[in-house]
Design a protein around this ligand. Structure first.
Ligand code: FES
Length: 254
C-alpha cells in the first residue's frame, strides 16, 4: 500500500520559546507561589540544582500545555540559569512542546521498523481523517498529531503513543478509531497500562516527578515479545555454564 502524501505543516504557529529579546511576563503571584513550592520539592531531590531542569520543564508544561517564554523564565529563575540556557535544553528534547498542545498528544512512530510495518500509512490516515498536518492541533483542542522517532517499542511495531502511553500493533483503522474515541471523550487505555490515558498536562505533571495516582497506573506488564530477548539471553547463559570447559593447556588467566 502506498501512503498518501502528508500535508505540509502550517506556518501559522508563532515561534514562542525563542523570543529572547524581551523578557516574558512572569506567572501571576498566586500561581508563582504554588509553582515555587513545587519546584523546590523537585530541586531538593538533586545534589546540584541545575540537574532539576528537565523535570522543571515538565512542570511548567503541565501548567501551560507547552513550554512558554514565561515557563522558561520561571525555570531559569529557580535554577540560577539564563533564559538562553533553559531554551537550549527545551528546544533540544522533543518531549517539550513549543506550541499549544491538545489534551491528547498522538504520536505516530515513523522510524524505520514502524514505517515498514505501516507507520507511514497510519500517520497519513490520521492526518487525512483529522484534517491536520503533523504538528497541528484539532480546532476543538482535543488532539495534537505528531510523528515520532523510535520509541524503543519496535517489537510491537507499528506503535502509536497517546501522551506517551503505548498503543501497540496499530493499523490505520485502529488508529482512526482511537482518535475518534479520544475526541468523543470515551475512555481509552494503552496496551500496556492498567489505567485510562490522562490528559497531556496531567502526564506532564507525572513526568515532573509527582505521583501518578490513577488506579492501576503502574500495573502494566511487559509483553511476550519484549521478554523474548531476555529469555534467549538466559537460555544462552545457562547452556554456556553447563558446557564442560576445554583444557587449552595454557592454564587459567585471572
Ligand atoms: S521504529 Fe517505531 S518503536 Fe522503534
Amino acid at each position: 500500500m502506498t501512503a498518501e502524501p502528508i500535508p505540509a505543516p502550517s506556518t501559522s504557529h508563532e515561534p514562542i520559546v525563542l523570543q529572547l529579546s524581551r523578557r516574558p511576563a512572569p506567572y501571576p503571584p498566586q500561581r508563582q507561589q504554588e509553582l515555587r513550592a513545587q519546584a523546590r520539592t523537585i530541586i531538593d531531590r538533586y545534589p546540584q540544582s541545575r540537574s532539576a531542569l528537565l523535570p522543571l520543564l515538565h512542570l511548567v508544561q503541565s501548567v501551560d500545555g507547552y513550554v512558554t517564554g514565561t515557563g522558561i523564565g520561571f525555570c531559569a529563575e529557580q535554577l540560577g540559569l539564563t533564559d538562553a540556557e533553559v531554551t537550549a535544553v527545551a528546544t533540544f528534547y522533543s518531549m517539550y512542546r513549543r506550541t499549544p498542545t491538545g489534551d491528547y498528544h498522538v504520536g505516530v512512530c515513523t522510524n524505520t521498523l514502524c514505517a515498514v510495518m505501516g507507520g507511514d500509512e497510519i500517520l497519513a490516515e490520521l492526518a487525512r481523517h483529522l484534517e491536520l498536518a503533523p504538528g497541528e492541533t484539532t480546532p476543538d483542542g482535543a488532539i495534537t498529531l505528531e510523528h515520532l522517532e523510535c520509541n524503543a517499542a519496535c517489537d510491537y511495531a507499528p506503535v502509536v503513543m497517546v501522551n506517551w502511553e503505548f498503543f501497540d500493533n496499530q493499523t490505520p483503522d485502529s488508529a482512526r478509531a482511537l482518535a475518534d474515541d479520544l475526541r468523543s471523550g470515551r475512555e481509552v487505555t494503552g496496551t500496556r497500562s492498567g489505567a485510562p490515558v490522562c490528559t497531556f498536562r496531567q502526564t506532564a505533571r507525572v513526568l515532573a516527578g509527582f505521583p501518578d495516582t490513577r488506579d492501576g497506573a503502574n500495573a502494566g506488564e511487559p509483553g511476550t515479545p519484549t521478554l523474548a530477548g531476555l529469555r534467549a539471553a538466559r537460555d544462552t547463559e545457562s547452556r554456556t555454564t553447563e558446557e564442560p570447559r576445554h583444557d587449552t593447556g595454557k592454564g587459567d588467566r585471572q
